[in-house]
Design a protein around this ligand. Sequence first.
Ligand SMILES: Nc1ncnc2c1ncn2[C@@H]1O[C@H](COP(=O)(O)OP(=O)(O)OP(=O)(O)O)[C@@H](O)[C@H]1O
Ligand SMILES: CC(=O)C(=O)O
Length: 568
Amino acid sequence: MAQVVATRSIQTSLLCPNSRSPQLNPSTLASRVFFPRENNTTTSASRIVAMRSARAEPELIPVSPEDVPKRVEQFEHVDVQELLDNPVGSMWSKPIVRRKTKIVCTIGPSTNTREMIWKLAEAGMNVARMNMSHGDHASHQRVIDLVKEYNAQSKDNVIAIMLDTKGPEVRSGDLPQPIMLTSGQEFTFTIRRGVGSADCVSVNYDDFVNDVEENDMLLVDGGMMSLMVKSKTEDSVKCVVVDGGELKSRRHLNVRGKSATLPSITEKDWDDIKFGVDNKVDFYAVSFVKDAQVVHELKNYLQSCGADIHVIVKIESADSIPNLHSIITASDGAMVARGDLGAELPIEEVPLLQEEIIRICRSMGKAVIVATNMLESMIVHPTPTRAEVSDIAIAVREGADAVMLSGETAHGKFPLKAVKVMHTVALRTEATISGGEMPANLGQAFKNHMSEMFAYHATMMSNTLGTSIVVFTRTGFMATLLSHYRPSGTIFAFTNEKTIQQRLAVYQGVCPIYMQFSEDAEETFSNALALLRKQGMVKEGEEVALLQSGRQPIWRFQSTHNIQVRKA
Ligand SMILES: Nc1ncnc2c1ncn2[C@@H]1O[C@H](COP(=O)(O)OP(=O)(O)OP(=O)(O)O)[C@@H](O)[C@H]1O
Ligand SMILES: CC(=O)C(=O)O
């Protein structure tokens, strides 16, 4: 499967404070982790390659079809010392390390074909996002059908579908051609329709004039250009250009520090939400949520149509910040939508808010996605900037469930490379996050609840033994609970509901697997272990922690709650 590229020894040897490599200083890191690419003498690295080829082939699964011949490169992160020290064979009985942090890809003109959806999925996409600000229902329908087709034929991978609402975006109107704006010149925005000249353009929002005041800063495209408000008339706002540039048609407009007084869910959004219900998407990403009320409204609507779709709130509006707790409490997860967030609020607040939103979501056991500009330069360049790589690493370290690509995969030149970079950086960063210890103190808050207690102890057990966890879940609840304790091993979540399998794709560390449950618990357990062995997800003889619990126990009579250690 796509995420699998290395073996567990990376995690244990690189990061365990008590292992043979106590400190990650640059010299030990270089010598212990990376193979020299060119060496014609017999170094440790070349001996390892020789040792490896003499053994049974390890479970290294290609990241993409293009990677198949490059097997040695995939070993770049194998711990050389551990290979040398361990007797032949022992290393390969440890669990395989999979990427835990999930990748959301926005699908657009660069990726909306069958071939590209398949390639993205094989490269590591976990969630396909459709931005309803662009395209039409027919084009989004094709993408949904392709993702469903991929899921139906894939044995060991599943892609969730996320519909991102347009929301109350304020945009400038159409222009016959782009206009150059220079610092110091005057420029006017008007609520009159159809205006597009060298010194004035329409705005798609009738209350624009009421919402802005003298000396407000208007940002175009999140700050690519800025204009200061000088005066207003009944239907127009006169500005002076501060930072100039080229103004194109239908550009995003934000007022620094202010949110538009528009409903979070517009008429178009309701139409798109209905489209999502008809197509049974897995998630809505709801734009410009300002309070919990709108989340309740959407959830009530979904309940009234019997739709089981989870709601991810996009935190991007200045007004949402004082209500963060109540908004996230009402939702199933949050997205740190850094584009608009950094336009409505001072840009230096973005990293602090990112950390805070991740912290709140983690404390509440909700999914959290970090979005926008993660590999922006890869829209046009084949390699990322170092700052972008660090940005991904920070989101992974902060504990995001998922990181998101926008223009990089929607209209970029290198969508597959962008996913591979994200995959590699996330995997490498995860290897530096120490595992094998007590799970975070989430358990204390829930210690009187049976499910939480079981998830906590299953995590403890698997961390102590260095195993993966196998969990059986009908509703997804136990798998998400385990995810939030962040065990070091993979959470193999077996479910007999396709919708649950798809939804679990966004959660950190969860590998969701669809399987029919038998009436007999024992038979189901052994079917699950056989399937894991057959797919190469665990090795013959590998130990796993097995958990069956939850609010709706599956086998009430035989095994309501249980944790076991089994050999696959
Ligand atoms: N379904 C689509 N059809 C056509 N183009 C798309 C589609 N989805 C995304 N894009 C293109 O990819 C770009 C980046 O996608 P993203 O989801 O970040 O859009 P955005 O945040 O609305 O950005 P913008 O402000 O440029 O609209 C969009 O600006 C658009 O040019
Ligand atoms: C993702 C998005 O909408 C933003 O960053 O503004």
